[in-house]
Design a binder for this molecule. Structure first.
Ligand SMILES: *[C@@H]1O[C@H](CO)[C@@H](O)[C@H](O)[C@H]1NC(C)=O
Ligand SMILES: *[C@@H]1O[C@H](CO)[C@@H](O)[C@H](O)[C@H]1NC(C)=O
Ligand SMILES: *[C@@H]1O[C@H](CO)[C@@H](O)[C@H](O)[C@H]1NC(C)=O
Ligand SMILES: *[C@@H]1O[C@H](CO)[C@@H](O)[C@H](O)[C@H]1NC(C)=O
Ligand SMILES: *[C@@H]1O[C@H](CO)[C@@H](O)[C@H](O)[C@H]1NC(C)=O
Length: 490
């Protein structure tokens, strides 16, 4: 208590001091620049900072070996005798993952919770004598460890007889959505998969009604679909965004389950009127569901996926499927830990941290609050370097300077203050005057893993050659990635 009072009075004192100084010199405190629309919502900003989300594909396919069930599976086969959702959550926590999304129902129509609208569910399985509820165990285990939960509910349903009748099926789907959104506490993401087989029955999904109902029941949830409204698909299942990737796009050009928009989804749109960042879904294994014969991807592949997704302004949705016992395989858990350790090794040290910063100019002049030193603090959102308006003609730049010897690095990290809108269109990186990398968009995070390998230098300059309005950079990092061995000539 005493400490808090001290801190308060110190803050008050500093506030008075700066206020008095500002008054006495007659100087106006420089304000933040105007945002450039469209802006992220609070929920989208929080979502983007998670960086990695875990996906869990689990259901009857886990027991049949199929990737897409037919809908004719006998629910009795679902019997994960050793199911322990705490083990799933521990694996996520150890991997630094704060949100997990479970397939409550996949295309085969089997429900992992005892829905009152169908018997094609855990109710008719052998597991726990039909008294179990996987969704309940999942959300409770997540909550106990402070991890957020999300759910996937497949629109395409190969079991339900109402599928093929628009009104009846949409009512059925909405009824299940309401069960999931009212009985399992607060959820952070709901996943609408636009996929259905081209030979599937023709059903028109009433997305407008579905999405309105979701927001009515849970206002801070993010809705994922090909077309948002909060999070968009990245257009492939390889975990790779375009090297140019805007969080902005025109929702009016998007529709759900439309293959012709995959390229547009992958890169976004610099003139887009909607803020709709992309999520890169990929499985740690070949399949989405667990199959005995498959094994997890190598660490080097997972790192490549991280650079191609998180490092390109997206969130990585990494699928780790529980096996037929109801546990995440030890091999996969181990690989996740390796991934977290590798990311910590690379990114917990910022080699630029002790360096001095210089910039072409700064908003409001020295001491105005928008200096280049802001890119080295712990805030990657609301403190940033902003150039002044007086840079006319010259491209704004920001420089890391090392006093002696120089530093060795092979990764450059750049982050924009996206809370004021994504802006940077083109940028270049120079070491001791020589260009070593260039790129287009930055957004929440842009990672350049240098193609030429390790460089050593004492002056690292990032030049912003094109942006929408003033570029605002919230963080810069120079890192050493010991796992990166570029092949000669690549
Ligand atoms: C689509 O359905 C047809 C017939 O049911 C099947 O032969 C085909 O493999 C399915 N394709 C996909 C991509 O599921
Ligand atoms: C599917 O149904 C919608 C309306 O319910 C109709 O407009 C559309 O033409 C149908 N598509 C096919 C391929 O039959
Ligand atoms: C698919 O998207 C394209 C491009 O926006 C659009 O012209 C086309 O009408 C869409 N098709 C469907 C079936 O929505
Ligand atoms: C997106 O919308 C903006 C504003 O209406 C427009 O200028 C731009 O051309 C659109 N993009 C595409 C790909 O149509
Ligand atoms: C599932 O994974 C756990 C943990 O590695 C293992 O003990 C169990 O044998 C596995 N079950 C199957 C069916 O492979």
């Amino acid at each position: 208590m005493v400490k808090i009072l001290h801190a308060l009075s110190l803050t008050t004192f500093v506030f008075h001091l700066s206020f008095t100084l500002a008054i006495s010199t007659g100087r106006r405190v420089p304000t933040p620049p105007l945002p450039i629309l469209p802006l992220p919502t609070y929920s989208q900003l929080k979502w983007q900072q998670r960086e990695i989300i875990m996906f869990l594909h689990f259901g009857v396919n886990t027991f049949t070996g199929y990737e897409r069930g037919t809908g004719h599976e006998d629910p009795a086969i679902f019997d994960p005798v050793g199911l322990d959702a705490n083990q799933w959550v521990s694996a996520a926590v150890d991997a630094g993952i704060s949100l997990m999304i479970l397939t409550a129902k996949h295309h085969d129509g089997f429900c992992l919770w005892p829905s009152k609208y169908t018997d094609h569910s855990v109710k008719s399985s052998r597991w726990k004598g039909g008294k179990g509820d996987v969704v309940r165990e999942f959300v409770d285990a997540a909550k106990a460890r402070g991890v957020d939960a999300g759910l996937y509910l497949s629109p395409w349903d190969r079991h339900e007889p109402r599928y093929g009748h628009n009104l009846e099926y949409n009512e059925y789907y909405l009824a299940q959505l309401q069960e999931l959104l009212t009985k399992y506490g607060s959820l952070r993401e709901i996943w609408f998969d636009g996929f259905k087989n081209s030979s599937a029955l023709n059903v028109t999904y009433y997305f407008t009604e579905w999405f309105s109902m979701v927001k009515e029941l849970q206002s801070s949830i993010n809705i994922f679909s090909d077309a948002g409204p909060d999070v968009r698909w990245v257009g492939n299942e390889d975990g790779a965004a375009g090297t140019t990737c805007w969080a902005t796009i025109n929702r009016t050009s998007l529709s759900i389950g439309n293959a012709s928009i995959e390229g547009y989804l992958n890169v976004g749109d610099p003139r887009g009127t909607d803020y709709l960042p992309a999520e890169c879904d990929v499985s740690i294994r070949t399949g989405w569901f667990w199959h005995k014969s498959q094994s997890p991807k190598k660490l080097s592949e997972l790192l490549q996926i991280y650079y191609n997704s998180v490092g390109r302004n997206c969130v990585l949705l990494l699928n780790v499927p529980p096996n037929a016992t109801g546990l995440l395989p030890e091999t996969d858990v181990h690989r996740l830990k390796e991934l977290r350790n590798a990311l910590n090794t690379i990114f917990s040290v910022n080699l630029a941290e002790k360096c001095s910063m210089k910039a072409s100019s700064q908003r409001g002049g020295k001491g105005g609050g928008f200096g280049p030193e802001n890119v080295l603090d712990g805030d990657h959102l609301w403190t940033y370097w902003a150039p002044g308006d007086e840079d006319d003609g010259e491209d704004p730049w920001i420089e890391v300077r090392v006093a002696d010897g120089g530093i060795r690095f092979n990764v450059v990290r750049i982050q924009e203050a996206v809370g004021l809108g994504q802006r940077i269109k083109r940028h270049e990186i120079y070491v001791n005057g020589k260009r070593i990398a260039k790129g287009t968009t930055v957004g929440h995070k842009r990672l350049h893993r240098l193609k030429g390998g390790v460089v050593q230098g004492s002056v690292v300059r990032i030049r912003i050659s094109e942006s929408k309005g003033l570029p605002l950079i919230s963080s810069i990092g120079l890192h050493f990635d010991p796992f990166w061995q570029p092949k000669d000539g690549s």
